[in-house]
Write a protein that binds this ligand. Structure first.
Ligand SMILES: [Zn+2]
Length: 243
């Protein structure tokens, strides 16, 4: 259920795997995504189970309607209703105890927190979001609220790796023109993109030093959802919150 959990000075970071929930094939078992065709009751139960295992109130978890863009919104409480969930790829909060969640199945989930300033952020960085700068946008929004890049702790979760994420040559060139660190090659020698490497390069340039990257490749791991491998599948979640 919770594959990785880390706490730094009262800032909590967690990523799920696909096991321990109630969803049926092909969303088995812990699908946390509400827009992938799974039974809404199963998703609600899964979100409750995951929150409980993290010691969180499921009503105090903020989800996004992710659209592969670079828009960021500041939140200070849960959305009033599903219709109020904004279409953004990053959320930032200064409210301690409020958990921010990001859904992925190959894209890079990015969790950020400045424990001193009490500012947290979650971002969804696929290839389009990474080149659009969603992660730098999230860091800028944190800084506007009082965060300091040198104090920001960054964790990126399970994502498709640069040796698996094959793309056309022209697409790799387009990505590398924006973010050279994302230039990659598959295991079989064809053009590829490494989104997580791109995200970490962006964070490094912004002065975020405490960075860790999950070693897990979603496409290679049967314990994780992978859109590129399975197409119709569930979503993993990353959670960040401050005490
Ligand atoms: Zn891989």
């Amino acid at each position: 259920m919770i594959e990785q959990r880390d706490t730094v000075d009262g800032a909590h970071f967690a990523f799920t795997d696909r096991w321990g929930g109630v969803s049926a094939v092909p969303y088995e078992e812990l699908n946390l995504g509400g827009a992938v065709g799974d039974d809404p009751d199963a998703v609600r139960t899964n979100r409750e189970l995951a929150a409980k295992s993290l010691g969180l109130d499921p009503a105090q978890v903020v989800w996004m309607n992710q659209v592969h863009g670079a828009d960021v919104v500041v939140v200070d409480g849960p959305w009033g209703s599903a219709a109020q969930i904004p279409s953004v790829d990053a959320v930032v909060t200064a409210r301690r105890g409020l958990a921010l969640a990001v859904l992925t199945a190959d894209c890079t989930p990015v969790l950020l927190a400045d424990p001193v300033a009490g500012i947290a952020a979650a971002a969804h960085a696929g290839r389009p979001g990474m080149i659009a700068g969603v992660v730098p946008a999230a860091v800028r929004a944190m800084v506007e609220l009082g965060a300091e890049p040198s104090r920001i702790v960054a964790r990126t979760g399970p994502a498709v790796c640069g040796r698996c994420y094959e793309v056309p040559d022209a697409m790799r060139a387009e990505v590398a023109a924006v973010e050279p660190a994302a230039h990659a090659e598959t295991r079989w020698g064809t053009p590829a993109v490494d989104v997580s490497a791109g995200v970490h390069a962006q964070l490094e340039r912004l002065g975020v030093r405490d960075r860790e990257q999950s070693p897990v490749c979603t496409l290679e791991s049967q314990d994780h959802f992978s859109y590129r491998r399975d197409r119709t599948t569930g979503r993993l979640a990353g959670y960040v919150w401050l005490d």
